[in-house]
Design a binder for this molecule. Structure first.
Ligand code: GLA
Length: 420
């Protein structure tokens, strides 16, 4: 089993670590801003991807924070890329391998260049990006709009263009941009500044806003980045999952292709029960959340991998219409959600928030599901749908007959309804 070579570091939200190390490293900061030749060789994204084509469906990948916090290293990232490329996740659509906080050295160099931590990333980020790209995957990195990151490493304030150029010159594909230590800053302007800096590099780097929903980024984030966090940090507990879920209900009109609400990274495989992991993954899928796994991909049990790679469930998240699910009803801890899909299909999810199993009955003909945002109706009185239980992989007849089912505690019944 892999042992992280680096010991955990304590996380200080506002107190930078005292150890100050400096290494010399030459960053070709201008590499991507230069000649057209350079643009096409070093800066064009894979298969010529442009900014406009980023995250047309919610981005899928992995991020180090939920499981490893500050215990990141190039070895962890390489081994995670190896795992993603071979364990079925890449095939299921996962693409980005994202390093979160604490990849940076504790100080910039004399020219103000951001440097990787020399002990954790001795080969540098460019070599790591090359490795991740060689696996057919993409590399993501992390910074902060303020003076320091949440874990006390150098933030990008005053260095936005310089940092963006460094990321582009290294071949980075994704930037998560945090909001610690930003006293006196206005979020829309601060995020726009880094967004413009990324664009100026010419490399299509996906921009993931992490401002925790404080200044309603759903009202200004479209066009600035491809997703924005809507809440504070998730934890690996069902209560945390449910409380974040509740905050997504009124945000659905703000999401769509290229601009997603982000209820935070996945905690699947980080300690919840299998039904809880399944319910969490299901809800994030139908919310059109970015699917950023947050567990140890090198060591996961088959149940975790099965949940993370279920192609029928992922297909709901990656549906090209990009319509976030609506909450249709809630009674006694039982919620019914609907998500319009292409070809006039729907996903329907019954979430049991209770610890105990519950009976669920649904008489289609007397239910009227209307989506005012997407202007869609199920028309159960006039249209018959075939019903497929996506987790159980079973056909459950049609909507001609009323549905009755048992839903386990902290679990979901997830159905796909296709027009007959
Ligand atoms: C904040 C973010 C987290 C993570 C940490 C890193 O709390 O919301 O997702 O990036 O910072 O320090």
């Amino acid at each position: 089993m892999f042992e992280p070579p680096i010991q955990p570091v304590p996380i200080h939200r506002n107190n930078p670590p005292t150890t100050m190390k400096r290494i010399l490293l030459t960053v070709n900061g201008a590499a991507c801003a230069g000649a057209i030749l350079v643009f096409f060789t070093a800066c064009a994204g894979p298969r010529g991807q442009t900014f406009e084509q980023l995250a047309m469906t919610p981005q899928m990948g992995w991020n180090s924070w939920n499981k490893f916090q500050g215990r990141v290293s190039e070895q962890l990232i390489r081994e995670t890329a190896d795992a993603m490329a071979t364990n079925g996740m890449k095939k299921a659509g996962y693409q980005y391998v994202n390093i979160d906080d604490v990849w940076q050295a504790t100080a910039r160099d004399a020219q103000g260049n951001i440097l990787p931590d020399p002990a954790r990333f001795p080969s540098g980020i460019k070599a790591l990006a090359d490795y991740v790209h060689s696996k057919g995957l993409k590399l993501g990195i992390y910074s902060d709009a303020g003076t320091r990151t949440c874990a006390g490493r150098p933030g990008s304030l005053g260095h936005e263009a310089q940092d963006a150029q460094a990321y582009a010159s290294w071949g980075v594909d994704y930037l998560k941009y945090d909001w610690c230590n930003t006293q006196g800053l206005q979020a829309p302007a601060a995020y726009k500044k880094m967004s413009d800096a990324l664009r100026a590099t010419g490399r299509p780097i996906l921009f993931s806003l992490c401002e925790w929903g404080n200044s309603k980024p759903w009202t200004w984030g479209k066009g600035v980045g491809q997703s924005w966090r809507t809440t504070g940090d998730i934890r690996a507990s069902f209560n945390s999952v449910l409380s974040i879920l509740d905050k997504q209900v009124n945000l659905r009109q703000y999401a769509g292709p290229g601009h997603w609400n982000d209820p935070d990274m996945l905690e699947v495989g980080n300690g919840m029960s299998v039904p809880e992991d399944r319910a969490h993954f299901t809800m994030w899928c139908i919310l059109d959340s970015p699917l950023i796994s947050g567990n140890d991909l090198r060591n996961m049990n088959p149940e975790t991998l099965k949940i993370l790679t279920d192609k029928d469930v992922i297909a709901l998240n990656q549906d090209p219409l990009g319509i976030q699910a609506l909450k249709y009803s809630a009674k006694d801890g039982m919620e019914v959600w609907f998500k319009p899909l292409r070809k006039n299909a729907w996903a329907m999810c019954v979430l049991n928030r209770n610890r105990d199993p519950q009976k669920f009955a649904f008489d289609w003909k007397s239910e009227k599901v209307t989506d005012d945002v997407a202007n869609r109706e199920t028309k159960f009185d006039a249209v018959t749908y075939r019903i497929r239980d996506l987790w159980q992989k079973q056909d459950l007849g049609t909507t001609k007959a009323p549905l009755s089912a048992d839903v386990q505690g902290h679990d979901v019944l997830l159905l796909r309804l296709d027009k007959e």
